[in-house]
Design a protein around this ligand. Structure first.
Ligand code: SF4
Length: 108
């Protein structure tokens, strides 16, 4: 795992990916594709440690409510989340600003 500070977290289609890479190991995973230009091993998870602050900033200035999507590129509930709890913080922010959310995960 390695941590980074990003400049933005919310995509143009209102998606967030807190982690880059995944540990669930699905053989059909599209996120491993070279077209996404990942500069680290897929299993060496990149953690966007400032995701909650970036999300709060983005949602506080949004005028229209919408659904926030998670898990499009990397599962938000990889084992690291149990200790880091970044997804949980993001969910609390989404609730605080009354946005909807979809959670795509392979985790139980
Ligand atoms: S859970 Fe999703 S991101 Fe993770 S390996 Fe499977 S398909 Fe890829």
């Amino acid at each position: 795992m390695h941590k980074v500070k990003e400049k933005g977290i919310l995509s143009a289609s209102n998606g967030i990916n807190i982690y880059r890479g995944c540990l669930h190991g699905c053989i059909y995973c599209d996120s491993r594709s070279d077209c996404y230009q990942m500069k680290h091993k897929f299993e060496d998870i990149e953690v966007k440690e400032n995701a909650p602050e970036l999300l709060e900033k983005a949602l506080s200035s949004k005028r229209k409510p919408c659904m926030i999507g998670t898990g499009a590129m990397s599962d938000p509930y990889i084992p690291l989340e149990k200790d880091l709890r970044i997804m949980r913080k993001c969910l609390e922010i989404i609730e605080k600003y009354s946005f909807g959310v979809t959670v795509h995960t392979k985790s139980s």
